[in-house]
Design a protein around this ligand. Structure first.
Ligand SMILES: [Zn+2]
Length: 296
């Protein structure tokens, strides 16, 4: 997702949110300070962890040599994340930092966590961060890839794959091939409406196409790390794609009846989708996204 600004937090914090931790962070952000996040780290394979704290979910692979980190969350919480990495692994120094896309809650900690590391990203992540006056340039990617690149780290093959524009035009996914773990970045929001950043080259059609392609590449055992929310699997990804396609069809019917976007928002989606709403992308914002509106 994109940046949780204090204004955003203040506007939205009152709404129900499934993740209490993030809610407390939002509340803290609205008072201009970050609360110390607590981390939930799950070992998915030997030395490979999914870490949830503030911002996007992180993957951390430590093999005693050069460790690999996928995404860096916020600069404000990077020291705490560093401490969590040190708790998980004796040698937690990062040799390679991979960014799934350019949004702040995934890259803001780059300068701290990626110090001395190779920072790898989609070429457009590099472009967009370069153009962002607020981004700490010490955290810029040092290497960009197009298409697919495989890193061999210890026992792991780590396959980095840039994706056609979908969540943004900077998207990249990471597969840990030998242990069947996949980090999808913000191509996956667990059981909630996704944010599709149409202002940054994102595309609903592209999002659906990428989900289909990824779905065809996983099996029932694949452990899937979403950009936001708990660990998922193929069934969860299938559910997510079906929700997007079916809500898109509902919106298509409303469009065919001549409803403009405000009328569609007023009518709403069918009741079965209510539970996918959350503070950042509620039903209204999802309908507007499906109508191709870039913002409210
Ligand atoms: Zn994002």
């Amino acid at each position: 997702m994109t940046v949780f600004t204090p204004t955003f937090a203040a506007k939205r914090a009152a709404k129900t949110f499934r993740n209490g931790l993030v809610l407390s962070l939002l509340a803290a952000a609205s008072f201009g300070a970050f609360a110390a996040p607590s981390y939930q780290s799950t070992e998915l394979a030997p030395g490979l962890y999914m870490i949830s704290g503030s911002g996007g979910n992180v993957a951390f692979y430590a093999n005693g040599n050069a460790s690999l980190l996928v995404d860096a969350q916020y600069a404000e919480t990077a020291p705490q994340l560093q401490a969590e990495l040190a708790r998980l692994a004796k040698d937690s120094k990062i040799g390679t930092l991979v960014n799934t896309h350019f949004h702040k809650d995934h890259v803001d900690g780059n300068a701290i966590l990626g110090q001395g590391a190779t920072i790898i990203a989609h070429p457009n992540t590099s472009k967009r961060l370069n153009a962002d006056a607020k981004f700490n340039k010490a955290g810029l990617p040092t290497k960009t890839i197009s298409a697919t690149e495989t890193l061999t780290l210890g026992q792991q093959n780590v396959v980095l794959q840039t994706m056609p524009a979908s969540h943004t035009d900077t998207d990249l996914i990471v597969r840990f091939d030998k242990v069947n773990v996949l980090h999808m970045g913000d191509l996956f929001f667990a059981d909630r409406f996704p944010f599709i950043d149409l202002k940054s080259g994102g595309s609903v059609a592209g999002y659906i196409a990428n989900l289909k392609q990824i779905l065809a590449s996983v099996d029932e055992q694949t452990k899937i790390i979403p950009g936001h929310g708990p660990l998922m699997d193929k069934a969860g990804l299938t559910r997510f794609l079906q929700m997007i396609e079916q809500t898109q069809a509902e919106v298509g019917q409303m469009q065919a009846k001549g409803l403009d976007v405000d009328a569609a928002v007023k009518q709403g989606l069918s009741a079965q989708w209510k539970k996918w709403s959350w503070n950042f992308i509620n039903e209204e914002r999802w309908i507007r996204t499906l109508y191709g509106q870039t913002g409210k």
